[in-house]
Design a binder for this molecule. Structure first.
Ligand code: BTN
Length: 252
């Protein structure tokens, strides 16, 4: 084993050389495997991104999903995404990069995306049954291997640090930090997590355009609510709470 410092996360590991998507597998096995099970693959053929996009998953990255069984009301599920973004940013910072979180869940270095998070929920009526937390980190992904359409806006740890990272060390640290934040999430007020999230946020204070399935909101990102929604102050001084959407920064 890799010397884990966790008591729950990654205690059970399901590994594949190549798989369609670790999130799909995690969903399939969630009711048979304990909380904290990690499904991890060297490459994904059909990695899933947010809002139906495809997530490119070439060798050298870290592509995994965690099975969580938090028994929380469905409306609090988006909080988990923030918790995960915070954990990833904190962990990456320990490896020497200035990682920041773009709402809701991209982790950026120097404005470029190094990690994406996709949370998928299976809820029975209003309570979360289980939840799959999918995390993709461009660890040692080569810049030349990025798809043309994301090349400009993406980066990898290897590119930022000028040398490859030790993926085992990073996975160990990620699991540790994710478990710490998850315990905090379950035992403390969410406002504690929100304030730490804000301190590492790349979004708060910026002019943003957020696209949701029903509308487009423009204004200044001013905070995050108790449910994990982004608070935007619009030009005509209304405050909008956005629970899910695509966030773009205004060009400055
Ligand atoms: C995003 O669009 O930003 C979210 C990307 C999430 C990618 C990860 S990689 C591991 C897990 N399995 C998937 O199919 N997707 C997530």
């Amino acid at each position: 084993k890799i010397g884990l410092e966790t008591s729950l996360f990654g205690r059970e590991i399901v590994y594949y050389d190549e798989i369609e998507s670790t999130n799909s597998i995690a969903k399939d096995i969630a009711n048979r495997y304990p909380e904290g099970t990690m499904v991890i693959a060297e490459t994904q053929k059909k990695g899933r991104g947010r809002l139906g996009s495809e997530w490119q998953s070439t060798p050298g990255g870290i592509w995994f999903s965690l099975i969580l069984k938090p028994s929380i009301p469905l409306e609090y599920a988006p909080r988990i995404t923030l918790v995960a973004g915070l954990a990833v940013a904190k962990s990456l910072r320990r490896f020497g990069v200035d990682a920041r979180i773009k709402w809701p869940n991209d982790v950026l270095i120097n404005g470029k995306k190094v990690c994406g998070i996709l949370t998928e929920v299976d809820a029975e009526v209003e309570k979360v049954d289980y939840l799959v937390l999918g995390i993709g980190i461009n660890a040692n992904v080569r810049m030349k291997d990025f798809r043309e359409d994301v090349k400009e806006s993406s980066t990898s740890l290897e590119a930022e640090l000028g040398k490859p990272v030790n993926r085992i060390e990073l996975i160990k640290d990620l699991l540790y930090e994710l478990e710490q934040q998850y315990i905090k999430f379950k035992t403390q007020q969410f406002s504690n997590i929100v304030s730490e999230w804000i301190s590492l946020s790349d979004t708060i204070g910026k002019e943003v355009t957020v696209t949701t399935p029903v509308k487009i909101i423009e204004g200044k990102a001013v905070g995050v609510t108790d449910k994990g929604a982004l608070l935007v102050k619009t030009r005509n001084n209304t405050r909008e709470e956005i629970i899910a959407g695509r966030c773009r920064y205004a060009k400055t």
